[in-house]
Structures are given as structure tokens and as C-alpha cells.
Design a protein around this ligand. Structure first.
Ligand code: ARG
Length: 459
């Protein structure tokens, strides 16, 4: 009968219930948020005359000692205490006596856990944004070195038009910039304090919610207590934001896996970030991007899990909500290590420019340019130009050469309107540099994009 809520019970909880009901094994991760929340709450209670200055002093000293005990590993986390809130309060009361029992005035575990978890999510939101910016910095360095490195741009995983590798990297920078903006907008929306909502309906005590909100760094207080104690949108948002970020990471990872294969050989991951095979001595495997791709699925699982937990919950707090934490912790930790290792893998990988260039010599990458020439210089309608170019591609296939290497006489045999000024149109580099419309691949446009992302990271 050592439970804090055991007043109305006459028999002890079974140990099976303790095991099933407890969250202390995982929510202890929130100890810092929990103690800071209690310090802010107690400070506000004292300011409002609900606690004496003496009681506040005892609570502050006691909570600081609990914090030290937790950080030094001395603190005893007991399943029978159910969750960290009760574990900490119990230890506080053991240390300071009656003042400890007053801490929970005008508060419930429902607003307490909402404060702790929300603040954890907000802190991790900030840390992930910082890590994303570091990753962007590394990709940006790579992009700026390769604004003239030709590679085949693809659609349907087929050679389409020549681009430069820096431009390709700028596509990922665009995705990661959107991710950062998504995290930041979630931060702004969710940076409001649940503290003082108490169990569900507010409290009759004369509290000052704005004061505790300010101490905790929130930008304001929530509007409706009934919603606030059961709102987990902030947790869903970080899961969605991490999922989308991981989806982007998995796309880049997929390309790194492909590019590391003998078929492509566009990049070589460093030995530090590659693995071997236990049976095939010759192998060097891209386990890092493969795992990044795989971990994306696991993060989606956490998002679907919490959406499903929240589905159809009646107002207000329900114990179902205790299932919100493990998936978020796992997704956050997955995001943190993924961002770190992807950054290192990219930093240390080698780009095989020569192989990228050779790949541009298959697949007739300048075919669109020939069609554009026919339109621009010969006044031929695009549909007809497309057909004539198709003939030129077929001729090149027959000659077993790339369209960029075809001789003028062959082209003129297909259509006499083609003149010598077609030659520059067939060059792969010219083709890339011709795409100079806004946001295009031309080296000058790629350099502008790089500058845009540099400014974004500086802001
Ligand atoms: N451990 C609980 C959770 O994580 C804390 C809130 C408990 N509230 C309650 N009314 N039983 O959700």
C-alpha cells in the first residue's frame, strides 16, 4: 500500500499490474524536464502565496538533490512508483518532508506529463534542426565543388538530360530546407504551456499560468485545458517531420547505394563508413545508406502507431496516451544518429567524376537539344522536330555511337535543313549549360542555388 493514490484502496496492486501500468522505465528520460517543471510550478505557487518562502526553499533544495542523485546514478527507479512524476515526488517528500507533499497543489500528472513531454519534443526539435543544418553544410560544400561535374540526369531511372552533380545535390538541399522549415513551424505552434491545466478543468487555486510558462521558456499558455491535457499533436508533428526528413534521407541513401554499385561507380564510400562481407572477401557494402533506408520504415511505424493510439480517444486524458513516448524517443534517437552518420559518410566519400562523365556518353542525352535546335534554328514545329530527332537516335544506335558523336552527314541525310551550326547543340556540356532558365541546371544557375542555400544557412 505504498502508492501515492492508495487512499481509496484496501488491497495492494498486483505486481503484474505494476509491470503493465508503469512507464517509469522509459519516461525517466524526461527527468530534467520534470524537475524543471516542478521548480517553475513551485516558484509560481510561492509568488501567489500558495507556498511559503520556506517551503519553496525546501522544495528547490530537495529537487536539486534529486536531480544530482539521478545524474550520479544513485537514484532508485522503482516499477512500483509507476512513473517518473511519482518516483521523483516520493523521493522529494522523503528528503524534505511535508513541503514535498504540497508541490502537487494546483497540478495533476496530466498537465505535468504534458509539460514534460512537450518540452522534450521542443528541445529535440531544436537539436534536430541544428543537425540538419550541419548536414546541409556538408552537402553544400560538395555541391560547390561540382557545379561543372557532368552526370546523367534521370527520369524513370533512365538517362534523360545531362546535369551537373552540384545541381543534383542542390535538389537534396531543397528537401532538407523544407524539413527545417517544417520543424520550425511546429516549434512555434506548439511552444505553449500546459502547466496549470491540472487534471482537465483548470484549478480553483489562484495560480498564474503565464508566470510558470515564462520560467519554462514557453511563448504563452494554452487556451483550453480539456484539449491541452490530451493533446499530443506536438508529438505527432515531430514524428511526421522526422518521417518526411527520413523519407528524404532514404531517397539520397538509395542513390548512394546505386552509385556505389559496379554498374554506376559514381561514388565510393570511405572504408570508415563501409562494411565487408563475412563470406565474400572482395565485398565492400554500403550498409550505412541501406540502414538509413531501412530505419525510415521504422520511423513511419512510430508515426502510424501514435496516430492509431490517438484515434477516437474521448476527452480528456486517457491512459492510452502513455503509449506516446517510446515511439517518439525511438524516432528522435534514430533521427539523431542518422543525420550524424549521413553527414560523415558524405564528407568522406569520393566522387568519381570520370565515371559520371562516361555515363553521359550513353543514352543520347543531347537528343532534346537536337530537337530544340530544329525548332530554334530551322523553324520546325516541336512535334516534327521530336520525330526527326528520333530518327537521328535510331541512326546512332545503328552506328553504335552516342548521338553527341554523330557526324553531320548522317544528320543531313535524315533532314537537309540541318546545318553545321548543329554541332555545339550536340555537346553534353553545352546541353547542361543551355538549361539556364530559373532553377535550371546550367552551372551559373547552380551557383545561384548554392548561394541561396548558403544565405539560408547563415540566416
Ligand atoms: N505516466 C502517465 C503518462 O505517461 C502520466 C499521467 C498519468 N495520469 C493519470 N491520470 N493516470 O501518461
Amino acid at each position: 500500500m505504498d502508492k501515492m493514490w492508495s487512499g481509496r484502496f484496501s488491497a495492494s496492486a498486483s505486481s503484474l499490474l505494476d509491470q503493465f501500468n508503469a512507464s517509469i522505465m522509459f519516461d525517466r528520460k524526461l527527468y530534467r524536464e520534470d524537475i524543471e517543471g516542478s521548480l517553475a510550478h513551485a516558484t509560481m505557487l510561492a509568488k501567489q502565496g500558495i507556498l511559503t518562502a520556506e517551503e519553496l526553499k525546501d522544495i528547490v533544495n530537495g529537487l536539486n538533490q534529486v536531480m544530482n542523485e539521478i545524474e550520479s546514478g544513485e537514484f532508485e527507479w522503482k516499477i512500483s512508483d509507476e512513473d517518473l512524476h511519482m518516483g521523483i515526488e516520493k523521493r522529494l517528500t522523503a528528503l524534505i518532508g511535508d513541503a514535498g507533499k504540497k508541490l502537487h497543489t494546483a497540478r495533476s500528472r496530466n498537465d505535468q506529463v504534458a509539460v514534460d513531454f512537450r518540452r522534450y519534443v521542443l528541445r529535440k526539435n531544436r537539436e534536430i534542426v541544428e543537425a540538419l543544418k550541419e548536414l546541409m553544410g556538408v552537402i553544400l560544400d560538395l555541391a560547390s565543388k561540382h557545379t561543372e561535374t557532368l552526370m546523367p540526369g534521370m527520369t524513370h531511372l533512365q538517362h534523360a538530360q545531362p546535369i551537373n552533380f552540384g545541381f543534383h545535390m542542390c535538389a537534396y538541399l531543397s528537401m532538407f530546407k523544407r524539413d527545417i522549415e517544417r520543424f520550425e513551424s511546429s516549434y512555434e505552434r506548439n511552444n505553449i504551456s500546459p502547466l496549470g491545466c491540472a487534471a482537465l478543468a483548470g484549478t480553483p487555486h489562484n495560480i498564474d499560468r503565464s508566470m510558470s510558462a515564462e520560467i519554462l521558456g514557453f511563448s504563452g499558455v494554452s487556451t483550453n485545458c480539456l484539449d491541452t491535457v490530451s493533446d499530443r499533436d506536438f508529438a505527432l508533428e515531430i514524428l511526421f517531420n522526422i518521417s518526411t526528413m527520413m523519407m528524404h534521407i532514404s531517397r539520397l541513401s538509395e542513390e548512394l547505394v546505386m552509385w556505389s554499385s559496379y554498374e554506376f561507380k559514381f561514388v565510393e564510400l570511405s572504408d570508415e563508413y563501409s562494411t565487408g562481407s563475412s563470406i565474400m572477401p572482395q565485398k565492400k557494402n554500403p550498409d550505412v545508406p541501406e540502414l538509413l533506408r531501412g530505419k525510415t520504415g521504422r520511423v513511419y511505424g512510430s508515426l502510424m502507431g501514435l496516430l492509431t493510439v490517438m484515434k477516437a480517444l474521448p476527452l480528456a486524458y486517457n491512459k492510452d496516451t502513455q503509449e506516446d513516448k517510446e515511439g517518439v524517443f525511438d524516432a528522435v534517437e534514430t533521427a539523431e544518429i542518422s543525420l550524424e552518420i549521413l553527414k560523415e559518410a558524405i564528407k568522406t566519400m569520393q566522387v568519381k567524376e570520370q565515371n559520371m562523365l562516361s555515363a553521359c556518353k550513353v543514352g543520347h542525352l543531347s537528343a532534346t537539344d537536337l530537337a530544340d535546335y530544329l525548332v530554334e534554328k530551322c523553324g520546325i514545329p516541336f512535334r516534327e522536330a521530336h520525330f526527326i530527332t528520333g530518327k537521328a537516335v535510331a541512326k546512332s544506335e545503328e552506328l553504335k555511337i552516342d548521338l553527341s558523336d554523330i557526324e553531320l552527314t548522317y544528320l543531313q541525310a535524315i533532314d537537309a535543313r540541318i546545318k553545321e551550326d548543329v554541332i555545339p547543340y550536340l555537346s553534353i556540356r553545352n546541353s547542361m549549360n543551355a538549361r539556364k532558365s530559373s532553377g535550371g541546371t546550367a552551372t551559373v544557375r547552380t551557383q545561384e542555388q548554392i548561394e541561396f542555400f548558403q544565405n539560408f544557412l547563415k540566416a
